[in-house]
Write a protein that binds this ligand. Structure first.
Ligand code: CP
Length: 324
């Protein structure tokens, strides 16, 4: 399969076979990394990494990953580049294509902006454009999550239930792209996906529509409920995390006030008892400990958060290796 030159902006843009090919590649690179086998598949290539927002896992998995592949990651902060003075996505796409071999972008904090921005860069770039998280999807996180779920449960996920639930967090209005990415991708792999949130926390129409269609086409199901407890019942995977209110990203203090009504939306031992005995707890991180989840759960026997975070490296490397 030749995916050289392909953008990776949403998992929806790739066929299931292409996603599975990328996951196989991630598995191969993980094995090589763990055994100290060199895998310099992108010698002397440069990936530009443009960040409009903060990051720990994404930045470091891309930078370490491209280095391990024999190339170089070039970190660009939007606010210290000419983007801050209004330089256009068209110019960024054309100019950076002339300097290197891939452009990855994180632009996730403003609903309606990030995905549009990166698709505009991609329209003009002659190198692959990769989405390091936008307002709609977080496809590299999704690939790491799918890889982790498959490592635990095997390749056939039909009949496995995942609870994607909102949880309370006082730190900041987290993007909606993780729950949106999850409902889009996990329905494609035949899972029974249950989304739970208080009424103010609805997701965007586009990912919701994809989730409904994907579930129909792939033999799984998609349901929305208004209680974390209901979603957790008999779940194989729980993924409780916070996200912001779509219309209030510009007024975080208002959003925070509303969120305080829902402090009971915490993942704790009591709620974990509702899940299957061997269920797994996932979170893309960073988590608000003591709010989104208790220490007992995130550090407990169900938690796979560090395996999940580690898989960010292998999936980032896989997609760069096959597209750049
Ligand atoms: N999960 C995730 O994307 O982490 P960072 O925000 O630290 O990159």
């Amino acid at each position: 399969m030749n995916l050289k030159g392909r953008d990776f902006i949403s998992t929806q843009d790739w066929s299931k076979r292409e996603l599975e090919f990328a996951l196989d590649k991630a598995g191969e690179l993980k094995e090589k990394f763990k055994n100290g086998i060199p895998h310099r598949e992108l010698p002397d290539k440069t990936a530009f990494l443009i960040f409009f927002d903060k990051s720990t896992r994404t930045r470091n998995s891309f930078e370490a990953g491209i280095t391990q592949l024999g190339g170089h990651g070039h970190f660009i902060e939007a606010h210290t580049s000419q983007i801050a003075h209004g330089e256009s996505p068209k110019d960024m796409g054309i100019i950076l294509s002339g300097y290197g071999h891939g452009i990855a972008i994180r632009h996730d904090l403003v609903p309606g902006e990030g995905n549009t921005y990166m698709r505009e860069v991609a329209k003009y770039a002659s190198v692959p454009v990769m989405n390091m998280q936008c307002d709609v999807d977080h496809p590299f996180q999704m690939m790491a999550d799918l890889m982790t779920i498959k490592e635990v449960y095997g390749n056939n996920l039909k009949g496995k239930k995942i609870a994607v639930s909102w949880a309370y967090a006082p730190s900041y209005a987290k993007p909606m792209s993780v729950p949106q990415g999850l409902i889009m991708l996990m329905t494609r792999f035949g899972m029974d996906v249950v989304l739970a949130h208080p009424p103010e926390y609805t997701l965007m129409d586009e990912p919701l529509n994809h989730a409904r269609k994907n579930a129909k086409e792939n033999g799984g199901s998609f349901e929305i409920v208004d209680s974390m407890e209901e979603a957790f019942k008999d779940a194989d995977v729980v993924y409780p995390k916070s996200w912001g209110i779509m219309s209030l990203f510009g007024t975080p203090e208002k959003a925070l006030e509303i969120s305080k009504k829902y402090k009971r939306w915490i993942c704790d031992e009591e709620k974990m008892k509702l899940t299957k005995p061997d269920s797994i707890y996932m979170h893309c991180l960073p988590a608000d400990r003591g709010f989104e989840v208790t220490d007992e759960v995130i550090d407990g026997k169900h938690s796979v958060i560090y395996q999940e975070a580690e898989n960010r490296l292998h999936t980032a490397k896989a997609i760069m290796a096959i597209t750049m």
